[in-house]
Design a protein around this ligand. Structure first.
Ligand SMILES: *Cc1c(COP(=O)(O)O)cnc(C)c1O
Length: 421
């Protein structure tokens, strides 16, 4: 568990009277403080930008807070680009790292001045055709190092991943983009997800540094930014440790001085497009116990389901669970904490040691601020929960209302079906 829940039991009960459970709550002060630390670690580079991965927490209030902290955004779809627009994140503050991209999305990204990051060599022509023969002045390519780099469980081995260009293709791609009129260039890679080993990111930087140097030597192409992608993990489990970002930054800076400066590439900007470490530890799913059943195992049934938070069901991911008001109580029970979906994987915790839970108890599911509400879905007719922001002054703001039955039916023609035979 990587961050403490900010509300006392009494305040949480008050809040749950005002906004019935389940709901997400985010701690604005903690997000700001964390972002300040992130930026502090990387300000040792001549230029540094964190482009928050919108998919992790696509709420415009959160995006506005992050923009105020100096962040840009990383988008991969038209609605994400539009969310940035309403949140005041514009132009090159946006990197459009998409894959299997429809033409209309490239057009929107180009017209709004976003940095376009191409996922394949064939997308060079696809992009130019989409833009009616125009080509962006600034272009970036996503590199897939293949067997040069080991991946991890969520993203898989790079050579089995669908993303990016091979080493051979990369050189051809920059040449072709330059022939089409590109004058400014970036280089991107993302080969891991939820990785906690700091050395992993130093290695990734080294691979990109080597490639940037080769691109200059072989093609005379001067890369102006390196985007190290996302993938910085958070300590979901109590025994895990936060990635020491200041240490990662210093080690990357040492390599930068050793490799980038002598190669005449000084001034190169370092970018990240992290989502998880930015908001993950500062968002919680709050749900109330509505049933208890004792069969071969003891089950606690709650009013949230996998439709609100799918990580445990989808990847068997661990999320710390605490019982509000019983934080100090002895953990002398073993429960499966389950939601109401007709899928047996709808379990927030499996065989978890917890204090005795009573019906009506509020449970707090930790580290849900990234890839939480965002991954929600409507299977089984489940209505997704809302989101609340705890402001630095201690007040609450509802930043997304809960879904209603009307939302669920909005894409159906209910009058039409009455006359349908
Ligand atoms: C998902 C994703 C990210 C963010 O990953 P986190 O693990 O949330 O930091 C960044 N870039 C790309 C291309 C992604 O697909």
């Amino acid at each position: 568990m990587s961050s403490n829940f900010p509300l006392s039991h009494e305040r949480l009960e008050d809040l749950a009277r005002q906004f019935p459970t389940p709901f997400y709550i985010y701690d604005e002060a903690a997000i700001r403080e964390n972002m300040a630390q992130f930026s502090e670690a990387f300000k040792i580079f001549p230029k540094f930008t964190e482009h928050f991965a919108v998919k992790a927490c696509p709420n415009p209030y959160i995006l506005k807070i992050l923009a105020d902290c100096g962040c840009g955004a990383d988008c991969s779809s038209l609605p994400e680009l539009m969310l940035c627009e309403v949140s005041g994140i514009t132009g090159e503050k946006i990197i459009f790292t998409s894959n299997e991209t429809p033409a209309a999305e490239f057009v929107f990204a180009f017209e709004h001045g976003a940095i376009i990051n191409l996922d394949d060599i064939t997308h060079i022509d696809f992009l130019r055709d989409s833009l009616g023969g125009k080509f962006p002045e600034l272009i970036c390519f996503r590199y897939n190092p293949g067997p040069l780099k080991e991946g991890n469980a969520i993203i898989g081995k790079p050579e089995e991943a669908k993303y990016g260009l091979t080493r051979e293709q990369i050189f051809e791609a920059y040449k072709k983009a330059r022939d089409y009129g590109a004058k400014r260039f970036g280089l991107h890679t993302m080969v891991a997800s939820n990785e906690l080993n700091p050395e992993y990111f130093v290695d990734t930087a080294k691979i990109l540094f080597e490639l940037a140097i080769e691109l200059k030597k072989n093609l005379g192409i001067k890369i102006e930014f390196l985007d190290l992608g996302g993938g910085i993990g958070i300590p979901y489990r109590p025994e895990q440790k936060k990635v020491p970002l200041d240490c990662v930054a210093k080690k990357i800076r040492a390599l930068y001085d050793e490799m980038i400066v002598p190669a005449g590439l000084d001034g190169l900007e370092i970018k990240w497009e992290c989502g998880r470490p930015i908001t993950g530890p500062y968002g919680w799913l709050v749900t109330r116990t509505i049933h208890e059943k004792n069969i071969y195992r003891n089950y606690i049934g709650v009013d949230a389901s996998m439709a609100d938070l799918m990580r445990p069901g989808m990847y068997g991911a661990y999320h710390e669970v605490t019982v509000s008001g019983k934080e100090a109580a002895e953990k002398n029970r073993v429960y499966d904490i389950v939601g109401s979906l007709c899928e047996n994987c709808d379990k927030f915790a499996v065989q978890r040691e917890l204090p005795k839970i009573d019906i009506g108890d509020l449970l707090v599911i930790h580290d849900a601020g990234a890839h939480g509400r965002a991954m929600g879905f409507n299977y089984n007719g489940k209505l997704r929960c809302g989101e609340i922001l705890l402001r630095p002054d201690g007040s609450f703001k509802e930043i997304r209302r809960r879904e209603t039955v009307e939302d669920y039916f909005a894409t159906l023609d209910l009058d039409g079906v009455k006359n349908f035979k």
